[in-house]
Design a binder for this molecule. Sequence first.
Ligand code: DC
Length: 226
Amino acid sequence: MRKNGLVISIDGTAGTGKSTVGKAVAQKLGYGFLSTGELYRALAYKVYEAQLLPQDGAAVLALAQRLTFTFVRQPDAVLKMHVDGEYLGSKLHLEEVGNVASQVSTHKEARAVLTEKMRQAGQDGGIIMEGRDIGTVVFPDAEVKFYLSATAQQRAKRRVKQLQEAGEHPDYDKILALIEERDYRDSHRAASPLKPADGAFIIDTSHMTLEQVVETILEKISHYAA
Ligand code: DC
């Protein structure tokens, strides 16, 4: 039994709605929500800023070890992250940063450093953590585990819609290619490849609304005592 409740993991590929769904579920439960890709994105951003090569495992590791992460829970459940005291905000959500994040996240030693930070943030429970390896590596002892999937085409469509709503003019084929490239790298890397954890509830969200996914997850969680 943890101090603040359950640890709930939501893993899956990019664009399956993990963040939106995880945040909504956390709000319903009065839990915190952490999108762990933020840590990889922050590392990628710092790698870029320091003009290091994402492929340079030793340099990426040294940088990861120097970074300090702090998390403060916001009224909307999200754990707001500061890196070395700075809030990096929307800079982390550029498509290019996501792509470099996927590259830096192939380094096993750097992953171990970030994994430790995630464990510190979640060990007392009362948290939903969304990522790629939460149920398999970060919290193999998470009380409830989910794995969300959706076709690449469906995810590209969602991403295009999101970007259009933000006033951009995205190219569907380019977005689809980026998604497929990231999927391949995330699921074929040697270190903690993306795969469903043992005992995870697998939900194919391709033809579900976000509300339906939230309801499905809440229903499963209701069988576990906090
Ligand atoms: O979920 P996201 O798009 O913000 O994640 C960015 C990258 O970080 C993703 O391509 C793979 C990596 N990542 C990871 O390897 N493990 C996690 N737990 C979360 C993200």
